[in-house]
Design a protein around this ligand. Structure first.
Ligand code: NAD
Length: 287
């Protein structure tokens, strides 16, 4: 039997519809939420992501500001802009599009963002709050994946989730969010021995590596849920980290690439921006 396709595009559209109403209601009582996006250089994939984020923000009524820097911008200039945005009451969320050029220390930049405006959920304070299970701004991709899993009623408690990839933006926070849902979590990475033995044990397999078709059908447990985070570009085409065709008749659920995790990442960014605006204006957080 063929797996159920987890339609992130459709769920993200539903989330945007709800957000649109909530943003409109918020504006009645306060001001329009604002999202500042900092883009350094003109990396084609980053340009695409930033455009998509701005378009989605506009569609729900969030004002977005794009701040561009050439790729030779100094770290000091970038930090000065972040300090200015931290103090700008029209800006509720600040997002620095990654990757940054090698001469800039990413963690220093993230640390400079006001944690209340950190809509990517990467600031150490928000990471710590997430670890202890406190309500906070959560990293968009893992937060979007949890929303997708819940929308498809995938049981999490007591299930074995295997995550492939241990980055700070996807793999590690994904592990934390699933632990917070009482899943049993294993995290694999480039140095994991016998990857296939690990992935075969997964009730929920989440892959965030950046290697086209690393995971094939023979690495997947029958009836598993497979979440493919990978984005691998070849010309105009995009491929995931999972070989969809060889997995679709083994898994019970699978996300497509594109149209799975990507749209959910953007939808949760908007949720975070409204949440940030509400908490800065001391309104209750609904989303
Ligand atoms: P990263 O490069 O920071 O981390 C890659 C991870 O994969 C590391 O933990 C590394 O140890 C592991 N890895 C590398 N080779 C491996 C192998 N052969 N076997 C097992 N593990 C291996 O990447 P990232 O930022 O976490 O992104 C991962 C992928 O997800 C990329 O394709 C990226 O474009 C994509 N991504 C998509 C979204 C989205 O919204 N869809 C969001 C973020 C990242």
């Amino acid at each position: 039997m063929s797996a159920i396709i987890m339609d992130g595009k459709q769920l993200a559209a539903q989330i945007r519809d709800t957000l649109k109403d909530e943003v409109a209601e918020y504006q009645n009582q306060s001001v329009q939420p604002g999202l500042a996006v900092i883009l350094v250089g003109n990396h084609p994939a980053s340009e695409t992501y930033v455009q998509a984020k701005q378009k989605a923000a506009l569609a729900v009524g969030i004002r977005s500001y794009l701040i561009r820097f050439a790729d030779n911008v100094s770290q000091g200039e970038l930090l000065a802009k972040i300090a200015q945005l931290n103090n700008d009451p029209q800006v509720n969320g600040i997002l620095v599009q990654l990757p940054l050029p090698k001469h800039i220390d990413v963690q220093t930049v993230i640390d400079a963002i006001d944690p209340e405006k950190d809509v990517d959920g990467f600031h150490p304070l928000n990471v710590g709050n997430m670890q202890v299970g406190k309500k906070t701004l959560l990293p968009c991709t893992p937060f979007g994946i949890v929303k997708l899993l819940k929308a498809y009623n995938i049981p999490l408690q007591g299930k074995h989730a295997v995550i492939v990839g241990h980055s700070h933006i996807v793999g590690r926070p994904m592990a934390t969010l699933l632990l917070n849902e009482n899943a049993t979590v294993s995290v694999c990475h480039a140095y994991t021995e016998n990857l296939k033995e690990m992935t075969k044990m997964a009730d929920i397999l989440i892959v965030a590596v950046g290697k086209k078709h690393l995971i094939t059908g023979d690495m997947v447990k029958p009836a598993a849920t497979v979440i493919d985070v990978g984005i691998n570009r070849e010309g105009k085409r995009i491929f995931g980290d999972c070989d969809f065709d060889s997995i679709k008749d083994i898994a019970s659920h699978i996300t497509p690439v594109p149209g799975g995790v990507g749209p959910m990442t953007i939808a949760t960014l908007l949720c975070n921006t409204l949440q940030a605006a509400r908490s800065q204006s001391k309104q209750p957080v609904l989303v």
